[in-house]
Design a binder for this molecule. Sequence first.
Ligand SMILES: Nc1ncnc2c1ncn2[C@@H]1O[C@H](COP(=O)(O)OP(=O)(O)OP(=O)(O)O)[C@@H](O)[C@H]1O
Length: 747
Amino acid sequence: MGSIGGAELPKIEKMQTASAREEKILVLVRLRPLNEKEIVANEVADWECINDTTILYRNTLREGSTFPSAYTFDRVFRGDCSTRQVYEEGAQEVALSVVSGINSSIFAYGQTSSGKTYTMMGITEYTVADIFDYIHRHKERAFVLKFSAIEIYNEGIRDLLSTDSTTLRLLDDPEKGTVVEKVTEGNTKELEPSKGLLSVCEAQRQIGETVLNEKSSRSHQILRLTIESSAREFIGKENSTTLSATVNFVDLAGSERASQSLSSGARLKEGCHINRSLLTLGTVIRKLRDSKLTRLLQPALGGNARTAIICTLSPARSHVEQTRNTLLFACCAKEVTTKAQVNVVMSDKALVKHLQRELARLESELKSPAPASSTSDYAALLRKKDIQIQKAVVGPHPNQQAGHLWEDEYEDSGSNMAEPYHLQDNTDDHSVSDGTSSLMSIGKNIVRSNSCQSLEDTAVGPAEDIDDYCKEVQCIEMDETARENKFEPHSISTGENEATLALTMFGASGLQISTPTSGHREVSRMQNGFTYDMLEQRLHHVQRTIDALVSHEPDGTSPPTLATDMSSSRSMKLTRSWSCRENLMTGSSPYLGKAEQIESTPPNGFDKQLFWEAGQSQSIKTSADGDIPSIQTFVEGLQEMAKQEYEKHLVDGQGGQHQGPSKERNAKQADAEEASNLREKFDANKHVEDLDAIDRMIAEGEARYNKWRHPDPYIVPWAPGGSKFTRNPTPPAGIEILYDYGREDND
Ligand SMILES: Nc1ncnc2c1ncn2[C@@H]1O[C@H](COP(=O)(O)OP(=O)(O)OP(=O)(O)O)[C@@H](O)[C@H]1O
C-alpha cells in the first residue's frame, strides 16, 4: 500500500496512478425529463439515450436534416436516472481525486432550465459526504479543509459566504495560481452540514427572471473545497510532506442566447457577459482566453487538474437548437486534455537544502562562462530564443556569420520551440497537453517538482519515492567553504532542473526587444556578459535569502550558519504576500490589469523579499510551524518572475503589439493546422453519423472563429477596450452563436 510521509494513500490514487497523468476531460451528458411546463405545452421529447454512451435525436420530421442524429460521450444519463447515479457512475472518481492531492473540477453546462443546478447541488452534496467519510476512515492523517463560494455576475466576483456585496478582485499568486482576493474561507464545521451551506449559497446567488426559467440563474457559481492532509506521525518532522488540492463545483449560467430569453436592457447586458464567458469557455476548448471565469478555472481547462463536464439537456423539441449547441460544446470538450499531478508540499527544511543545491549550481554556472556540457544547453536555448525573436522582428542577424550559425541552430531545433501563439495562449500554470510543451511549461513542471509529484513518479511505491526524493534533497550538504568563497567552482552540478535554470536565466537575462522610432528594430542586452551579470545578481539574491533564513538575522548581516536551528526562523514577522512582492519587483504583472495590482507595502525591517502575510501560507500549520515564511514560495516566486519575464518577451517579440509579418504568418499557419487537426478529429469520430454535416459545422465554426480572432474593421466582437459594431453579420445557419453580435457596451 502506498504512502506519503508514512501514511496510507487514498485508494483512489492507486487507481489513478496507473492510468492518469495526461487524460481527456470526462464528458457526461444528462437528459432531464420533460418538465411540467413542457408537458402542459404538449411538447415532444425528441432525444433519447439508446445506451450508456449514445444519445439519439429521434425526430421523425427531420427528413433531409443535415445534422447528426447520434452523439457519443463517456457516459450519457437518461431522464429517469437519479443524481446519485450521475455521481456514482460519472463524476465521483474525478471529484474524489482531491483527497489524493489531485485538483479536480466538475462543471455543469447547458441552457437555462436544463438541470445544471439540480445536478450540481446533488453532486456537491455527495462529494462532500464522501470526503467526510474518507476523513473519518483515515485517522492516521491530519486534514485541513477550507471552503469558499463565489459567483461571477457581469464579470464581477461576489463572495457567497459574505453578506458584503462588494465585488472581489482576482490576483495571480505565484504559489496558488489565480485566486480571489479576500474571499471568505469557511472551515470544516461550517462545511459538515453541507446541505445548509449549499442552500445559503443558492439563495445568495444572483437570480433573474426570464421567460425560460422563472428562477433562472444569471451567474456562474463556483464552490471550491481545498483539502490539505499530512501523515500525523511525520508532522513537524524534517521529511513531512503535505498533500494539497482543490475541488471546484462549477454551476455555469444558462448557455442560451440572449435573444431566446427575450432579454433587453440590463438583462441584455447580463446576457452579453454570460455569453462572453461561455464563448470564452468554448474558445478555451481551443485556446485559453481571458475572462474571470476562465482565469479562475484555467487549471481545470488544460492544466493540473482532473475535470468532468456534465452537459444537461432538455429533451423538448422546442429546445432542439440549444440542445444541439450543448452537444457540440460537449464534442469539443471531449478533445481537451488535462495533466493532473499529485500536489505534494515539501517541508521547509528540505526546501532549504534544495535552494542550496540550486545556489551551488548557479555558482558553478558563474564559474563556467564558456558553455560546456549541460550549461551549453542553456546558452544554446538562450541564443535560439534570441534568434527566434530577432527573426520575427528584424529579419536576419546583422552579423551574417553569426546569424547564419544561429539560424541553423534554430532550424535544427525548430521542433523544440513552442509556437509563439501557443505559448501566448498558455500564460499560466498549465501543463500543455501536446508534446510541443513550451519551455515555460516544461520549466514550470520542473519548478514545481518540489511541490508537485507527478502521478507517474508516484506510480511505484509512492511513499518510498517521495520520501527518497526528500532524502535526496536533504543529503546534499552545503559546503561551507564554498559558501564563504562564493565564486569558487562548485562540484555540485547535477544537471537536474535544467529547464528551471534555463528559465531563471531567461528571467535574469534582461532579454529585451527595443523598437526604435527610426523604424528599424534591434535586439539589445543579449550579450553573455549581461546574462551573467544578472545571473550573478540573482545568485546573490538567493544567497542572501538563504543566509537570512538560516541565520535568522533581520538584516542578513550575520554570517550564515547552517547549524542554526531552522525552527528559529519561525518567529520572523512577515507582513506581505508574494503576489504583492512580485509586483514590486517586476513593476507590473503581465497578467493583471492596473486596477488589479496591489500597492506594495513597505518592508518591515527584514529582507524585502521575505515578507509573507501571516496566515497566507498554504502549508498546513502545525504547532511547530507557526508563521513560517514559505521558502518554497520564495523559490517559486523567483521562478514565476523568470517565467513571466520570459513570457513577456515572447509576447512582445512574437504575438503582441509588435507582431511582425512572419509572426502573423505563423499565427495563420497555427490556425490552419488547428483547423485541420480539428477536422481530422471529427473525421475520426465514427460515432457521428452525418460527417458532411459535421464538416459544414466545422467550416462555419472555423469561419466564425477566424473572424473573431482576426476581426475586420467592421466587426470587433471583443476587442480590448470594447468596440461598437457598424454591421451585424448574419449568423451562419445551423449553429446558434453563443455570443451576442449585437453587443455595444464596453466591459
Ligand atoms: N433530471 C431532472 N429530473 C427532475 N427534475 C429536474 C431535473 N433537472 C432539472 N429538473 C428541474 O427543472 C427545473 C430547472 O432546473 P435547474 O434550476 O437545475 O436548471 P438550470 O439549468 O440550473 O437553470 P439556470 O441556468 O436557469 O440556472 C428545476 O425545477 C429542477 O428541479
